[in-house]
Design a protein around this ligand. Structure first.
Ligand SMILES: Cc1cc2nc3c(=O)[nH]c(=O)nc-3n(C[C@H](O)[C@H](O)[C@H](O)COP(=O)(O)OP(=O)(O)OC[C@H]3O[C@@H](n4cnc5c(N)ncnc54)[C@H](O)[C@@H]3O)c2cc1C
Length: 413
């Protein structure tokens, strides 16, 4: 019996996970717009022996069970990385050195510009934040972060240094309008939680490119540099048109591109597709791999990540992040490799090794509302996948690929 055919549009983690599961039952054809596969899984060699992860770099084996299982089935190992983080405020001199993203482990020293009573409140607020967040989670999970901080009497100084700017730099999102439930869920992806291993972040041995190489081995066809421009439901399946005007017919399709791209390729989107996909907005993140130590806020830092924030205007979250990848990914090299995200000022261009811009979904109340309705727009002919279905981490992308494959009739046994 001839096998049915499935097109997977977009070869990021979402599309590749769907392709991996679907290929056991169907002939799978992947279409990728870029000249390389992987989307945000983008490993780049910076020397014959060293490589850098441009976007997806780390995951937590406890909070990210699907990506962990995928790697295990593909015979790929991972290892624990060093994600120690410094938080530096360029306005008041706040410096929290070598801590985890939520900063619950060490008490920083009082910056000389900050009054003693402000600082005493800050330290008290830091200690009560987690227990009180967990309590409100049970009682009022829909309460906004802003309202929770107000009702529980957290100081503005605490909010801007502990939460707004530093989480903005990690999540690239102004968290104030989010429900506390979403904050815990999204920060959970960063290793926030209880139990052994909850904070341990891992990297893929050999780089994320290894899992891409293994997945594509069993697929029927993989076309790169082939952006799909139009998708329509035909009499018996799905019709695609690529940018060159070539037409294709498949029994089924997974659309695993970003929500705005998915909407624009649908020839006749339904009102539901318009509402759900149109609710997701993206921001561009500039990623620069360089060797310019002048960009690094704390020269003597012993941490892997440095968050640079400013409380000068606490109404507008801002922040930039710099990673020292030799330490984070635990490789020894005479060259010190840095990765800067949304960095203010310019990196010495003679020291830039790689540069790329990635679109990342803005976590907003509208996105959270749209996520509830996402399962409704997939059926057994066209299914949607993308990290925008969840946190949006690599795990969410992987999970959405599993759901898309299931919608088309292939469960991950
Ligand atoms: C800087 C950065 C760092 C991150 N770090 C982490 C991390 O450490 N851990 C973590 O869990 N998450 C991380 N994330 C989030 C996570 O990596 C991504 O959200 C996730 O990998 C996105 O997967 P995706 O499949 O939804 O989209 P993508 O990976 O973007 O894949 C979509 C693919 O569709 C293709 N495409 C687009 N249009 C078309 C078209 N018309 N035709 C065909 N193909 C098309 C694109 O070229 C792309 O390859 C990071 C994100 C960013 C931006």
């Amino acid at each position: 019996m001839t096998r049915q055919t499935v097109a997977v549009i977009g070869a990021g983690v979402s599309g590749l996970t769907a392709a991996y599961i679907l290929q056991k039952r169907f002939d799978v054809h992947v279409f990728e717009a870029n000249s390389r596969l992987g989307g945000h899984a983008d490993t780049r060699s910076v020397s014959p022996t060293d490589f850098i992860e441009m976007a997806f770099a780390v995951f937590n084996p406890i909070h990210h069970p699907n990506i962990s299982r995928l790697l295990e089935e593909l015979g790929i190992t991972s290892y624990e990385v060093d994600l120690s983080t410094d938080v530096i405020c360029t306005n008041c001199g706040f410096a929290h050195l070598g801590d985890d993203p939520l900063g619950s482990q060490k008490v920083p020293l009082r910056p000389f510009k900050v009054k003693e009573d402000t600082w005493r409140r800050f330290t008290e607020d830091s200690q009560r934040f987690l227990p009180e967040l967990i309590a409100v989670l049970d009682e009022e999970p829909g309460k906004t972060v802003e309202q929770f901080l107000h009702d529980n009497g957290f100081s503005a100084y605490f909010a801007s240094h502990f939460l707004y700017e530093r989480l903005y730099a990690w999540l690239l999102t102004d968290i104030r309008k989010l429900p506390v439930r979403a904050l815990v869920e999204y920060v959970g992806g960063l290793g926030f939680g209880d139990g052994p291993g909850a904070f341990a972040m891992h990297a893929v041995s050999g780089g994320s490119r290894t899992y891409i190489e293994r997945i594509i081995q069993n697929l029927t066809a993989v076309k790169v540099s082939t952006p799909i421009q139009a998708v329509s439901r035909g009499e018996s399946g799905v019709d695609l048109r690529d940018f060159m005007g070539n037409n294709y017919h498949f029994d089924k399709a997974v659309i695993a591109v970003h929500a705005d791209q998915a909407l624009s390729m649908l020839s006749e989107p339904t009102p539901e597709e318009r509402a759900v996909l149109g609710a997701i907005k993206y921001s561009a993140v500039d990623v620069i791999v360089h060797t310019d130590e002048g960009m690094i806020p704390v020269k003597s830092s012993r941490s892997s990540m440095m968050l640079q924030v400013s409380c000068a205007n606490s109404r507008i979250p801002s922040g930039s992040m710099h990673g020292y990848f030799n330490r984070m990914l635990k490789f020894s090299s005479p060259t010190r490799y840095y990765v800067s995200y949304t960095a203010p000022g310019s990196v010495d261009s003679s020291r830039v090794l790689e540069r790329e811009t990635y679109d990342h979904p803005n976590i907003t109340p509208e996105m959270i509302e749209a996520q509830r309705r996402m399962p409704d727009i997939s059926d057994d002919v066209i299914a949607f996948a993308g990290a925008y279905h969840g946190a949006p981490t690599h795990e969410s992308g992987c999970k959405s690929g599993i759901a898309a494959a299931a919608a088309l009739g292939a469960d991950w046994d």
